[in-house]
Design a protein around this ligand. Structure first.
Ligand code: DX5
Ligand code: ZN
Length: 218
């Protein structure tokens, strides 16, 4: 089953409560929350207090994407704020195995993300320990960028590895996902589709979500 995770990065930050409630009413499965620190990526967004505030307006899992250095220092804060999934970047973790297990100890889902230039092999050893792999389909930092087609081989490779070890892995894609790119990534093996601009950039969010879902499921 495909999950659609609208990214709050393209929502109205002055009305996040209403925006998440509308996304939920419009058929979203998860709410994707982009946390940026101005160091790992060249942009700054939000932290645990905003996640906690958003959590009060939805019953959907909050899918927290940490684009920050030293994510291990903030895991418990994001769990306390209500995260249902926490994803850290392989490039930001010297001790990735330790951080993944730190997340899992809290009883929530643990994910690892890789940038477009990072090979799939960077997460091969940790594959059996994670619930989710996030394959970045743009360079992280900003919404509304163009999908990088070269990332699709990695989705296929990771799906094959997961199948080979019988692991029911979620593969998430993030960046430039729309009605037109959704069928490509779904065919390659992705099953959680993040969409910022393609959902919050449209007036009719329900139509946007169902169009992406329909395109992915075809
Ligand atoms: C990019 C973020 C994405 C972003 C995607 O660094 O991780 O989640 O919001 O935005 P779109 O879907 O507009 O490319
Ligand atoms: Zn993201």
């Amino acid at each position: 089953m495909i999950k659609i995770a609208p990214s709050l990065l393209s929502a109205d930050f002055a009305a996040l409560g209403a925006e998440v409630a509308e996304a939920q009413a419009s058929g979203a499965d998860w709410i994707h929350v982009d946390v940026m620190d101005g160091h790992f990526v060249p942009n700054i967004t939000l932290g645990p207090p905003i996640v906690k505030a958003v959590k009060a307006h939805t019953t959907l899992p909050l899918d927290v994407h940490l684009m920050i250095e030293k994510p291990e220092l903030y895991i418990s804060d994001f769990v306390a704020a209500g995260a249902g999934v926490i994803t850290v970047h392989a490039e930001a973790c010297v001790h990735l195995h330790r951080v993944i297990h730190q997340i899992k100890e809290h009883g929530i889902l643990a994910g690892v993300a890789i940038n477009p230039a990072t090979p799939a092999s960077a997460i091969k050893e940790i594959l059996g320990d994670v619930d989710l792999v996030l394959v970045m389909t743009v360079n992280p930092g900003f919404g509304g960028q163009a999908f990088i087609p070269g990332t699709m081989n990695k989705i296929r490779e990771i799906r094959n590895w997961a199948n080979a070890i019988g692991h029911d892995l979620r593969i998430e894609v993030d960046g430039g996902i729309s009605e037109s790119t959704a069928p490509l990534v779904a065919e390659a093996g992705a099953d959680v589709l993040v969409a910022g601009n393609a959902v919050f950039g449209r007036k009719d969010r329900a139509a946007a979500i169902s169009a992406i879902r329909a395109a992915a499921e075809n």
